[in-house]
Design a protein around this ligand. Sequence first.
Ligand code: NAD
Length: 346
Amino acid sequence: MKNILVTGGAGYIGSHVVVKLHEHGYNPIIIDDFSNSQHSVIQGIKNITGKDFKVYEGDILDQSLLKKIFGNHKIEGIIHFAAKKAVGESVEKPLYYYKNNVSGLVSLLEVVKEFNVKNLIFSSSCTVYGQPDKLPVTEETPKKPANSPYGNTKQIGEEIIEDTINSGTTLKAIALRYFNPIGAHPSSEIGELPLGTPNNLVPFITQTAAGLRDSLTVFGDNYDTPDGTCIRDYIHVMDLADAHVRCIEYLEVENSDQHFDVLNIGTGRGNTVLEVINAFESVSGLKLNFKIGDRRAGDVEQIFAQVDKSRQILKWETQHSLTEAMRDSWKWQQKLSNKSSSDSVS
Ligand code: NAD
């Protein structure tokens, strides 16, 4: 069974990818420092798969740990999720973000080179496009200057990998530019676990509905969109996870020693914030307490992907609707709320 190292494998996207890798006959090996995840995620993965995967608790900046992992296991490919991802926090703590996300990637690549690992997937983001001049965005859409240190770490990350390959390193890598991942595993064993106040819309909606937050503020309803609220391309995390496995499969058969490419991973559809709220209300049967506030600095008006390239290269299609994603997010939130109320009773 082929070993795939999943950095950040206890995180939101990483944990779903671990499950999908297992379903496709791979042996995922996790490294995570649990700085933005909880150990219970590993139990959730076990409940779904019935397997205890090897977990290394530590930092990707720790090269002695990385060398130990590569020494202990023959690693066929790496899916590199481990990074900090809060845009606002990155503005307050840029050096922390550059160290973790950029130096972390450099640390990993040095060891990748030393151990001659062949295949790498890098978690990039649609933030590299900023507010594009034309929609939908293709992989050819020019990148805009990043509007946060976080966004910059994704742009720089892609460039570091490409430069490394161009310098002669034998490595095949693909940067997947995610649009907006939402939803949870349909079993509700794993899902998004935001520590503190969520940065993303969907966990904010579900936490508000669960009574953990008083109300949701929609940032602006005077944009040039059908209902005035911002448009994003929301993709179910299970579809996103599937794209990673297909990408690993593609890299394995890609017939060259060196390869670098970027792929958009979204649905190809945009939805407004109010459409997402409506979808939530219809699956939950609840009325969400929300109000319209001012626009939020740094928000782009609308962005959604063109996904022809990833469909063609990965032979991949999204399978889940916005409604299914909202249903799975809500089931996951209800499970979390039930667990925390039973924890506080016991
Ligand atoms: P997450 O925070 O849930 O997962 C990241 C995991 O990496 C966490 O478990 C964290 O503990 C771990 N980690 C962070 N720094 C580490 C380090 N130095 N060493 C070891 N482990 C470390 O985030 P996610 O939503 O699963 O995102 C995964 C990747 O996808 C990130 O690179 C993120 O920037 C990128 N991304 C996420 C989104 C999104 O909306 N969730 C969108 C675009 C791109």
